[in-house]
Design a protein around this ligand. Structure first.
Ligand SMILES: *Cc1c(COP(=O)(O)O)cnc(C)c1O
Length: 407
C-alpha cells in the first residue's frame, strides 16, 4: 500500500493509485486499529466482494462471527421481519425473542432450569458482567486469568486479558487480577480460598488458536469447586458450534459457573451474553447491572434464527466433519512452513516454522482468500459453519499458493 504525495499546490495526487477509500478511512476513522486491507461491499455464503468487484473466499467469517456465512436467507428474513415489528424496547419491557433466546441458551449450555442469562451487546460486555459477578462471590476480590489470554478491550475486560503490551498503556486497570502461566503447577499454586473467580478460554483464539493442556479444564473445575471459586469460561470465540459441540467445555465433561458468549451467536448482529449455572444464578440482584441495548428484540431474533439454523442444518456436525477435512487438506499441502495444526472443528490455528504469518495472509488475500495472522507465526482460519467440499478445495489450492509465494 502506498500513500499520497503532497503537491506544491497543496492538492494530493495518488502515487500508485491507492484506492480512494484508504484516505477517507485514515482521516475519518480513529487510529486505534490498523488500516483495513480492502473495502467490502456484499457477501453471499462463504464469499464476499470488494468495491472493485473482486471476489474473496472468506475463511475468517468476521473473526468467527458470520456463523451462517453472508446474506443467509434465514437470517436475512428473521432480521427483516423483526425490524418491521420491534427493534428495541429497553429493559423496562420483555419481548418474545429475548425470552426465547434465554430459554434456548439454558438448554444448549446444559444450565437448564437453574440457568440465567444476562444480555449485553459484545464480548467485552459479557466479560464485564462476569467480572462484576465475581465481586459478589463471598466478598472476594482476586480474579485469576491466564497469560496470553484475550478477554476484550474495555477496562475491565482488558484487566483480565493476558497480554502485557495491550494492558500497559492503559494502566492503572481494575485491581486484583493475577495472571498465571497455563500450567498445572501455576493453577494449583494460585487457586485458594481468597480467589473470587478463575477465567479461562477453552482454546485461546487471539493467541493463535492455542489448545489448553490435556485435562487442564477438569483440574481447574476440581480446584475451583474445592475452594469456592467461580469458574468463568470465555467461549466468545469457541462457542455456538464452532469447535464441534455447542460449547467447547462440553467435550471436557465439566460444568462452569458462568459462560461468556458473543461473536458467532447472532451471525453478525452485535450481541453478548453471560449464562450462569446453579447457585451462581442467584448472585446478581435487581438494579446491579444492565445495558440499554442488551437483549433487544432485533439482536435476539437474529440469534434465534442462527441457533435454529445450526440445529436444522446440523452445522455442528458439519463443523466436525469439515474441520477434519481441512486438517487433512492442510497437511496434504506438505509445505515445510506448516509445523502444526491446533484448535478444534472450524477454529483452526496453523503454526508456521517462520515468523511469516502476515506475509502468508497478505499473499492469500491477493489470491482471493481471507485468513488472518493473530501473531507472527500463526494463521487462524474460522470459516462459516456452512462450508462444503467446494470451499475446502478452493481454500486448499489457494492456501498452498500463498505458502509457496511466501517460502
Ligand atoms: C473477541 C473476543 C472477546 C471480545 O469480544 P468483543 O465483542 O470484541 O468485545 C473476548 N474474548 C474472546 C475469547 C474473544 O475472542
Amino acid at each position: 500500500m502506498t500513500g499520497t504525495d503532497a503537491q506544491p499546490n497543496g492538492s494530493t495526487t495518488p502515487v500508485a493509485s491507492p484506492p480512494a477509500w484508504t484516505d477517507r478511512y485514515r482521516t475519518a476513522i480513529m487510529g486505534s486499529a490498523a488500516l483495513p486491507q480492502a473495502m467490502l461491499e456484499r457477501g453471499e455464503g462463504a464469499y464476499v466482494w470488494d468495491t472493485d468487484g473482486k471476489k474473496y473466499l472468506d475463511f475468517l467469517a468476521g473473526i468467527a462471527v458470520n456463523s451462517l456465512g453472508h446474506a443467509h436467507p434465514v437470517l436475512v428474513e428473521a432480521i427483516s421481519r423483526q425490524a418491521a415489528a420491534l427493534i428495541h424496547v429497553s429493559n423496562y419491557f420483555a419481548t418474545e425473542p429475548q425470552l426465547e433466546l434465554a430459554e434456548r441458551l439454558r438448554t444448549i449450555t446444559g444450565a437448564g432450569d437453574r440457568g440465567r442469562v444476562y444480555f449485553g451487546n459484545s464480548g467485552a460486555e459479557a466479560i464485564e458482567a462476569a467480572l462484576k459477578l465475581s465481586r459478589l462471590n463471598k466478598g472476594r476480590r482476586t480474579v485469576v486469568s491466564l497469560n496470553n489470554s484475550f478477554h476484550g478491550r474495555t477496562m475491565g475486560a482488558l484487566s483480565l486479558t493476558g497480554k502485557t503490551a495491550l494492558r500497559e498503556p492503559f494502566e492503572p486497570l481494575v485491581p486484583g487480577v493475577v495472571h498465571i502461566d497455563t500450567t498445572f503447577q501455576a493453577l494449583e499454586a494460585s487457586i485458594n480460598d481468597t480467589v473470587a473467580a478463575l477465567i479461562i478460554e477453552p482454546i485461546k483464539g487471539e493467541a493463535g488458536v492455542v489448545d489448553l493442556p490435556e485435562g487442564f479444564l477438569k483440574r481447574a473445575r476440581e480446584l475451583t469447586t474445592e475452594h469456592g471459586v467461580l469458574l468463568i469460561l470465555d467461549e466468545i470465540q469457541t462457542g455456538v458450534g464452532r469447535t464441534g459441540s455447542w460449547f467447547a467445555f462440553q467435550r471436557d465433561g465439566i460444568v462452569p459457573d458462568a459462560l461468556a458468549v458473543a461473536k458467532g451467536i447472532a451471525g453478525g448482529v452485535p450481541i453478548g451474553a453471560l449464562i450462569t449455572f446453579g447457585d451462581t444464578s442467584d448472585l446478581f440482584e435487581a438494579g446491579q447491572h444492565g445495558s440499554t441495548f442488551g437483549g433487544n428484540p432485533l439482536a435476539t431474533a437474529a440469534a434465534n434464527a442462527v441457533l435454529g439454523e445450526i440445529e436444522r442444518a446440523d452445522l455442528i456436525n458439519n463443523a466436525i466433519r469439515r474441520g477434519e477435512q481441512l486438517r487433512a487438506a492442510i497437511l496434504g499441502i506438505n509445505s515445510p512452513l506448516v509445523v502444526e495444526i491446533r484448535g478444534a472443528g472450524l477454529l483452526l490455528g496453523i503454526g508456521l516454522a517462520q515468523p511469516v504469518a502476515a506475509q502468508v495472509s497478505r499473499a492469500a488475500l491477493e489470491l482471493g482468500l481471507i485468513i488472518n495472522a493473530p501473531n507472527d507465526s500463526s494463521i487462524r482460519i474460522a470459516p462459516p459453519l456452512i462450508i462444503g467440499d467446494a470451499e475446502i478445495a478452493q481454500f486448499t489450492t489457494t492456501f498452498a499458493r500463498a505458502l509457496e509465494a511466501t517460502a
